[in-house]
Design a protein around this ligand. Structure first.
Ligand code: FCB
Length: 444
């Protein structure tokens, strides 16, 4: 792998760190916040590996000022965070909660005061429970509720944030939330998952148009989790399986947004599970976007027979069981660049969970540091081959609530001691800070 030592990122390149509301805020009932589907999901026995929940998490709701100090101290340009919908609109429709908005206004002003560009995500999965009670994302009415919520957030914060992302990882909401059911709301139906994906896309398109019509000037886009999908062998059966997986995992998500159509081969595979699409939907979905966010963690290797064993790769494996494969990020970016007319790309999440040890108050997380370093190099390699990438965000600023893994998996470049809420910069954070300082010197 190339190193980043001679890296030459353009001056305007945005460096950042990312978090999401449910994973760090805690304060799950404070100041009028309503419950979300993740609050509910955590109560299902066995749903969360360590039987934990988001009631306290990193207590960021109360510690936001010192957390922002930490972000600023890293020397990044931007902070990617999400707004909790039920915090600002407890039932997901009807009355808004001003106290909730006050929190995000303080947070955004706090970023600006520290010279940080706010990158806001509207939906990082914590749908208000009241909307799930009427069908959640499966119900087309949720689209309009979301658009109203998005417009209200834009009214409060749209003049101060640099960027608004409508949805984080629709694939996860659709497939993990509604097909495998391992994430909230825990539904297990492919037909529902596909309809959910369609409603997420539709709400994205309508919300972007509506926020812009209201005069909001922030950049607007969406974040997808994408992987290059390689066949396990060159045999026809594996190649066909990989093509199907690429259809369902990548093309199904990219093509409605960028081309205004669903891939024909996937529609055919879906048969009776194909989504209900009303006339005009696809044109609304295809609204021009200012950026496409890409979250990259690993590649996917597909076989027609027995599932591919990640250990067979011989590569390092993270604490999530994910293969470390930085060149996959270059491959992915080149492929997107080759096959589509892309808006500017941001790598909106990239990082790794490893088991950390605190030794004399320090965390020597060399594997995480290397992971980040090698993936930054992989981004640069793609940029040198013509891909327009405008920024890179480490996932994550803090160790946090890793969804169904609870607090067992640590992605932070800053360690959180959950008993005391003490924060400790890991070596990866110290490295990132030094790397950014060197980058800034080169740019002078
Ligand atoms: C992504 C999520 C993020 C985090 C990382 C590890 O799928 O967007 O919240 O959980 O994975």
């Amino acid at each position: 792998m190339t190193t980043t030592s001679n890296a030459a990122f353009p001056k305007h390149f945005i460096w950042g760190v990312a978090t999401s509301a449910f994973q760090i805020e805690g304060a799950s009932e404070a100041d009028g916040k309503g419950p979300s589907i993740w609050d509910d999901f955590c109560r299902i026995p066995g749903a969360i590996q360590d039987a934990s929940d988001g009631r306290v998490a990193c207590d960021h709701y109360h510690r936001w000022e010192t957390d922002l100090d930490l972000v600023a101290d890293l020397g990044v340009d931007a902070y990617r965070f999400s707004v909790s919908w039920p915090r600002v609109q407890p039932l997901g429709s009807g009355a808004f909660n001003e106290k909730g908005f006050e929190f995000y206004e303080r947070l955004v002003d706090g970023m600006l005061a520290r010279g940080l560009k706010p990158y806001l995500t509207l939906n990082h999965w914590d749908l208000p429970s009241a909307l799930q009670a009427t069908g959640g994302w499966e119900n087309r009415d949720t689209v309009q509720c979301y658009v109203d919520y998005a417009c209200e957030v834009a009214r409060h914060l749209g003049d101060r944030v640099a960027s608004i992302c409508t949805h984080n990882e629709p694939w996860v909401v659709a497939v993990l939330g509604h097909e495998s059911g391992i994430f909230a709301p825990g539904i297990k139906s492919r037909a529902v998952a596909i309809q959910v994906a369609h409603h997420l896309f539709l709400s994205h398109g309508i919300a972007v148009t509506a926020m812009r019509a209201q005069g909001c000037k922030a950049d607007m886009g969406i974040v997808l989790n994408l992987s290059p999908i390689n066949p396990a062998t060159d045999f026809d059966a594996d190649r066909a399986a990989a093509r199907r997986a690429d259809g369902g995992g990548l093309r199904w998500y990219v093509e409605p947004l960028l081309k205004g159509e669903y891939p024909a081969d996937v529609l055919e595979d879906l048969g009776a599970d194909a989504p209900k699409v009303l006339p005009g939907d696809m044109a609304k979905i295809k609204v021009p976007i200012d950026f496409l966010g890409v979250n990259y963690y690993m590649r996917s290797v597909v076989s027609a027979g027995e599932p591919w064993d990640v250990k067979a790769s011989g590569h390092e494996i993270t604490d999530m069981g994910w293969e470390v494969y930085p060149q996959g990020l270059t491959e992915l970016l080149l492929r997107l660049h080759r096959d589509y007319t892309l808006p500017p790309i941001y790598i909106t999440e990239n990082g790794a969970a490893f088991k950390d040890e605190v030794i004399n108050g320090q965390v020597h997380d060399r594997r995480r540091q290397k992971y980040i370093e090698n993936h930054i190099a992989a981004v640069l390699a793609a940029m040198r081959q013509g891909v327009r990438v405008n920024g890179y965000f480490v996932w994550s600023l803090l160790d946090n609530f890793e969804w169904s893994s609870g607090y067992a998996k640590r992605f932070g470049i800053v360690r959180v001691d959950y008993a005391t809420q003490e924060r400790t910069l890991k070596d990866s954070a110290l490295w990132y800070r030094a790397f950014l300082a060197a980058e800034k010197r080169k740019g002078l």
